[in-house]
Write a protein that binds this ligand. Structure first.
Ligand code: C5P
Length: 237
């Protein structure tokens, strides 16, 4: 069976609901994303618990610091058994290379991806921090830098996936949030794509939070998304 492309975002304030959901979902149908809120509240033990239950864990802590600190943080994350982790591309080429080199020294290394421009930042926000550039251009610039540093890919808006796939080639992971199955509320997301639209645009993995975590039946919601994607993938082969 090929690895599932769905990553469920466990955006919870504490361990209990995250573990309760992990108990109900099937690790062959999804990976799980642990972000800053849950990690600060529940820590490495929770991550290890999810890994122990057979899940691929994407540790979404977006490291951004001096190269040595980021490299050591990446190694510490790898020791927890995470499957994927990320850094901020704006930390620079040297920082990203240090992170990659730290992981390469390990026997089995997690995938290492970068965040380019946070989707919460518009042109004016970039200008305020001294970047007189359109967000889309900065995304492309940082994605190229990420590839030059030898990382595996980037987190990007599904709407950027098409251009990044064209510009950066096939061998570069695109991990996309902002996914809403047709007919599901967009919540606070401004620009969403359906899973199939995102896959068409070239996304490799889809990060999906509330459409699964807040569904009346999360198990059924995950299964239905999985079936939709499997049908799409079958049609592509
Ligand atoms: O609930 P929802 O599907 O909107 O959750 C999406 C997840 O992806 C959240 O964990 C959110 O923080 C994350 N994310 C995002 N947009 C980005 C980067 C990350 O929605 N640009």
């Amino acid at each position: 069976m090929t690895e599932s492309r769905i990553i469920v975002a466990l955006d919870y304030p504490e361990a209990a609901p995250a573990l309760a959901l992990a108990e109900r979902l099937d690790p062959t149908l999804c990976g799980l994303k642990v972000g800053k809120e849950l990690f600060v509240a529940a820590g490495p033990q929770l991550v290890q618990g999810l890994v122990h239950r057979g899940y691929r864990v994407f540790l979404d802590l977006k490291f951004h610091d001096i190269p040595n600190t980021v490299a050591q943080a990446c190694k510490a994350a790898a020791r927890l058994g995470v499957w994927m982790l990320n850094v901020h591309a704006s930390g620079g080429l040297t920082m990203m290379r240090a992170a990659r080199e730290a992981l390469e020294a390990l026997n089995s290394r997690p995938r290492l991806i970068a965040v380019t421009v946070l989707t919460s930042l518009g042109r004016q926000d970039l200008a305020q921090i001294g970047l007189d550039i359109a967000p889309e251009e900065q995304v492309l610039r940082l994605a190229r830098l990420t590839r030059a540093a030898g990382l595996d890919g980037v987190v990007c808006s599904a709407r950027e996936a098409g251009i990044l796939r064209r510009e950066l080639g096939q061998d570069f992971l695109l991990v996309t949030p902002g996914i809403r199955p047709a007919g599901i509320s967009a919540d606070d997301q401004q620009r969403v794509l359906t899973p199939i639209q995102a896959l068409h645009a070239g996304a490799d993995y889809l990060v999906v939070g509330r459409p699964i975590t807040r569904a009346p039946d999360p198990v059924a919601a995950l299964q239905s998304l999985h079936d939709e994607i499997t049908t799409f993938s079958g049609e592509q082969t």
